[in-house]
Design a protein. Structure first.
Length: 211
């Protein structure tokens, strides 16, 4: 396995996970570092590679690698729409593998599930169907947080108005200034207008936190 600048713990984790599953590890483990808190990853079966862009949070980088290893191990599945078959990227089969990896290789599986649900809320639904310990408490926590946001919330500027500079982050296009993903019409407009296009990144939070 070609590992480039991947840290030793990441290489050891990838090899251990694949050995226990009885499958060959990816041919390439690419590792980049970014000046942001959270990490992103991309698994490409055709190229036999896993790529991770690691942020400053080392626990999140480990979680991201486990998520991508789950893509490497999970069977390819899909749903049929007419005569065409579409892959289910984060379906039940994937989460059966991913949640098992979190349980066995993450120091705190409940925290790992919370991190997963931050990115993919459907993870909690799959975890509930798979009877993962701790999921009911997380579902209650999420419902209470959502109710609190509806009752008492305010918007504030997280990053002031700035020019959009497109950058690639794995398979996504993001704004290089704030890291926000740009998709659909926003991406088309930014690509057409270039740095003339501007936006502001807002965040919604409880009123007492915003002050």
């Amino acid at each position: 396995m070609k590992v480039g600048s991947a840290p030793a713990w990441a290489v050891a984790l990838a090899i251990s996970v694949c050995q226990e599953a009885g499958v060959d590890p990816p041919a390439v483990l690419r590792w980049r570092r970014a000046r942001r808190e959270l990490s992103t990853g991309l698994t490409r079966r055709a190229a036999a590679s896993i790529a991770v862009t690691a942020g400053r949070d080392s626990d999140d980088a480990r979680h991201t690698l486990l998520h991508e290893l789950a893509h490497w191990l999970a069977p390819e599945s899909g749903k049929r729409h007419g005569r065409r078959r579409h892959a289910v990227h984060h379906g039940r089969e994937f989460y059966a593998v991913a949640l098992d990896l979190f349980t066995r290789f993450d120091p705190d599986p409940v925290v790992a599930l919370r991190l997963e649900a931050m990115r993919y809320p459907s993870a909690l639904r799959h975890a509930q169907a798979l009877s993962v310990p701790g999921v009911e408490a997380l579902l209650l926590e999420r419902r209470m947080a959502a109710a609190a946001r509806l009752r008492r919330a305010t918007w504030r500027v997280l990053i002031p108005e700035h020019r959009i500079a497109l950058a690639r982050d794995g398979r996504w296009y993001v704004c290089a200034t704030c890291g926000r993903r740009l998709v659909g019409r926003s991406l088309l407009r930014a690509a057409r207008r270039g740095s003339r296009d501007r936006h502001t990144l807002w965040t919604r939070e409880p009123a007492e936190v915003a002050g």
